[in-house]
Each structure stands twice: as C-alpha cells, then as structure tokens.
Design a protein around this ligand. Structure first.
Ligand code: C2E
Ligand code: SIN
Ligand code: SIN
Ligand code: SIN
Ligand code: FE
Ligand code: FE
Length: 381
C-alpha cells in the first residue's frame, strides 16, 4: 500500500535553507522566552516545530507522571487531549526518552489510531523528539506528523533541528510548568479557603461555586476577555473569606443584626482585602479587589468605602450581582430562600441603586442561563 498517494499536498514544499532556519529560530526564541502561560507556550513551540521540519502538523505533549498520562492542547481554549503514557509514538518517546522516526504509521505497531479515527486525519510519517528538564528527566515530546516535502519522510536533519529546538525550549517549558503548578495550586487554595469561609457561616460550598460561575458568565456577557473572566472566576470564591474573622455570635445569629453587629459584619470586606493586598500574583490581587469591593453599591451607599458607579472595579460590580442573586435564593440562618419572582423583582428594582444598570440588564436579559447554573449546582441532592 502506498500511503504517500493518500496525502493531498497543497504544493510541493522544500526543506528550509539555513538562513531561513536561523530567522525562524530567532523569531521564535524571543516569543518562547516571553511566554509564561503553559498552554500558549505549547502552541508556540508546536508552531515552531512545524515550520522547522516542514511538517503538516506538530504538537507538544507533556508527561504527567502522577497520573501516568500525557497531554497536549490542540488549539488555545480547546480542551486538553489526554492519553495514557503508554499510548502511541508520543508515549513511546516520552517513556523511553528516545527519538521516534516512522515512515508509515499504519505499518508500526506502536501507532495509536484513535486520534486519526476521531479527527478523520491520515497520519503517515511521524517524528517524535523528547524534551528534557534541567535535571535531564524527560518532560515531554515534540511530535511532527506528515513531512510536506516530496520525500514525505522526516530525515536526520529534521531530528537534529527539532532536537536543538527541544534543548533550547526545555528551560522555558520547565519554568512554565512550574509556574502553571503554582497557579493551579493557588486556584485550589482559593476554592478551598472560600469553602472554609462559607462553611463558617453555614453556607454551602456550592455557594462559592455558583458565585464563581455566575461571575464568569456575566463577565463574558459583558465582553470581558477570556483571560480576565477566568481570573474573576477563580478569585470570586474568595469574596467572603473575611467572614472567618467574624464572631459566631454575629455570623450565626438566627435573627436580624443590630447596627453594632452589622458594623462588625461589614469588616469582612476589609479583612478579606488585607489578606491578599500585598500579593504580587494577579490571581490573589484580583481576590483582594473582589473581597474589598463586593459590597459597594452603584449609588454610593455601599461599604466599606462608599464608592460610586465606575469607581467600583468591574469585578466588584459583577460579584455584587452574582453574590446577591445567590444569597437571596439561598436559605440563611437569618432568612428563608426567596422565590425566583421575588428575586427578579428585587434585582430589577435595584438597577442603578445597588447594581450597575448595564450589568444587571445583561443579567436580566440572560436570566435563563443563570437559572440553569443554579439548577445544576443546587444545594439539595
Ligand atoms: P450573605 O447572607 O451572603 O448576603 C450577601 C448579600 O446579599 C447581603 O449583603 C445583601 O446585599 C443581600 N441579601 C441577602 N439576604 C438579603 C435579604 O433578605 N434582603 C435583602 N434586601 N438583601 C439580602 P449585606 O447585607 O451587606 O450582608 C453581608 C453579610 O452579612 C451577609 O452575607 C450575612 O452573612 C450577614 N448578614 C446580613 N444581614 C444579616 C442578618 O440580619 N442576620 C445575620 N445573622 N447575618 C446577616
Ligand atoms: C501517536 O500515535 O503518537 C498519537 C496519534 C497521533 O497523534 O496521530
Ligand atoms: C477550575 O475550574 O479550574 C477551578 C474551579 C474554580 O475556581 O472555578
Ligand atoms: C491565572 O491565570 O489564573 C492567574 C495568573 C497569575 O496568578 O499570575
Ligand atoms: Fe460579603
Ligand atoms: Fe457570599
């Protein structure tokens, strides 16, 4: 069987000339060294690999030893692809630390056809070059698929070039992996801490999850970038963390608070802010803003600073809507859950008073989406 014929070449390409290789390496090395985001770095490296060896496709796979898996991102924002560490040429390359060169994937027993079957793509020639960290351990592999020159197979020069790129990129990749772990750890800590804050006031862990999801949705509806919306989503579970410092006698009081008690209650916004305000990390700085400003009101009657309108950070204005919508619909020691009609009437009535008029309008226009989140993450069951 001649697999070459099954690949439709747009044009017959040639291997790169040395000056072109150099230009590409210069162009990409600065991109690589400036990128901290792991997913984006994987995309950049894949693009670099694809150009260097004139492949139709290239992906960068990383090893997750604790899970015994390897994963990659196909396009930014698209879900990770996760496969077993034993799987396919990439698995072989990562677990053995060896270069894999294959002329026809379908004649090789290591080939995992699943990805082809799912994508309708036809893999023929393959080149896998492992990445190492600074201690020499294999952390991942470059995988180039389908050489686009007339020869149609990857050669010694391709291995060398991709190997060199892997050597240079390994360091950036290693530090991005470390940073990614730190950020993932921060996110987990924030969620856990948020749940602790809520459990003290006998609110459920689902409250912080719902507030996170409502905030993210409203941020997206308002046109905020994916990156900022995710930052908000991950930080908003912390809005009430300052309640850990509120005395039980106030927090768990079955009835209405006296004005002195409410003054103490209000401190939770400042306490939450103080916990995070000195952090250098975006995620924790965002948590500080949200804790500080989630009880400010559009008309200036909120606390702790009585900020007005757009003086209130958009994250604070969004979290206020998410938090109140959720609090009204939930049972509290001091109140019963409200019915949806009452909640909607209140949210509408507070347009331009408590809430940013534009944001609350977006919320009301898309109410069904918010109710769907509530139903999927309800406290009962
Ligand atoms: P929370 O229970 O999570 O409520 C968050 C916000 O939702 C409240 O902020 C308020 O804007 C809104 N909200 C909740 N329930 C009601 C309600 O029945 N009516 C109206 N109009 N709005 C409501 P707020 O008022 O600044 O309160 C902050 C936190 O203080 C509350 O968080 C809760 O932990 C505590 N709290 C407030 N009022 C009382 C109370 O009368 N008794 C007790 N034990 N705690 C209270
Ligand atoms: C592999 O066999 O290495 C994975 C399958 C593919 O990417 O085509
Ligand atoms: C996650 O979705 O990655 C963590 C949960 C959250 O903070 O929303
Ligand atoms: C994030 O991307 O979720 C946070 C970024 C940071 O903490 O620097
Ligand atoms: Fe609060
Ligand atoms: Fe809350």
């Amino acid at each position: 069987m001649n697999n070459q014929k099954e690949i439709v070449y747009k044009e017959v390409l040639k291997d790169l000339q040395p000056d072109r290789i150099l230009a590409i390496i210069f162009e990409y090395m600065s991109k690589v060294s400036m990128e901290n985001d792991l997913d984006k770095l994987l995309m950049i490296l894949a693009d670099l690999g694809k150009k260097l060896v004139v492949a139709d496709r290239c992906s960068v796979w990383l090893h997750e030893p604790s899970e015994q898996t390897i994963w990659t991102v196909a396009a930014h924002g698209i879900e990770k692809i996760i496969i077993s560490q034993e799987s396919g040429f990439v698995g072989h390359s990562i677990t053995t630390g060896k270069v894999v060169v294959v002329e026809d994937a379908y004649l090789d027993e290591r080939f995992n056809q699943e990805i082809d079957i799912e994508s309708g793509y036809r893999t023929c020639s393959v080149l896998c070059i492992p990445f190492h960290n600074s201690s020499g351990a294999v952390i991942g592999t470059f995988q180039a698929i389908n050489k686009m020159t007339a020869q149609g197979i990857f050669n010694e020069k391709d291995s060398e070039m991709l190997g060199l790129a892997a050597t240079y990129a390994g360091k950036s990749l290693e530090s991005a992996i470390l940073l990614n772990e730190i950020i993932e750890t921060q996110k987990e800590m924030l969620e856990t801490l948020g749940e602790i804050g809520e459990s003290r006031s006998q609110e459920t862990g689902n409250h912080v999850k719902r507030v996170a999801l409502y905030s993210y949705l409203l941020a997206k509806l308002s046109g905020i970038s994916e990156e900022k919306a995710l930052l908000l989503k991950h930080a908003s579970p912390m809005h009430d963390i300052g309640k850990v410092a509120t005395p039980d006698s106030i927090l768990l009081k079955p009835g209405k608070l006296t004005s002195d008690e409410f003054e103490i209650m209000k401190q939770h916004a400042v306490i939450g802010y103080n916990i995070f305000k000195n952090s250098q990390r975006d995620l924790l700085r965002t948590a500080a803003i949200i804790a500080y400003e989630h009880h400010e009101k559009w008309d200036g009657t909120g606390y702790p600073n009585g900020l007005n309108g757009e003086e209130i950070h958009i994250f604070g204005r969004i979290t206020a809507i998410a938090d109140v919508f959720d609090a009204l619909g939930s049972h509290r020691v001091y109140k019963q859950a409200w019915k949806m009609e009452q909640i909607v009437a209140y949210m509408t009535e507070q347009q331009g008073k408590h809430f940013d008029p534009i944001l609350v309008q977006l919320f009301l226009d898309n109410l069904a989406l918010f109710i769907a989140i509530r139903d999927q993450h309800s406290d009962v069951g």
